[in-house]
Design a protein. Structure first.
Length: 93
């Protein structure tokens, strides 16, 4: 979080990507939390670098995934995992 709060969004993307890779294959709230952090870091990096088109495309991709019916839900009504791996999202400098 320190890198993210200090505005080092690109560095935080790399750190959180590594954390996600460690958690791959595990379900639960931690995976949801890590995926959300990672997605926000990607978005803020794009906005910080004024890659507005890329940021908009990424937002549209996230919304599209949210609206799909293939997002599994737990018995409590919470999303259990994100359906897509965002490791293919590129940050253009």
């Amino acid at each position: 979080e320190e890198s993210f709060l200090l505005g080092s969004y690109l560095e935080s993307v790399q750190i959180w990507r590594a954390a996600l890779q460690e958690e791959t294959g595990q379900d639960g709230k931690r995976m949801i939390y890590l995926q959300t952090r990672y997605s926000l870091a990607i978005l803020y990096t794009q906005l910080y670098l004024y890659n507005l088109s890329a940021a908009l495309d990424f937002c549209e991709q996230l919304v599209g995934e949210i609206l799909k019916e293939d997002w599994p839900e737990t018995a409590k009504g919470q999303m259990s995992t994100y359906p897509k791996d965002y490791s293919s999202v590129s940050i253009v400098l």
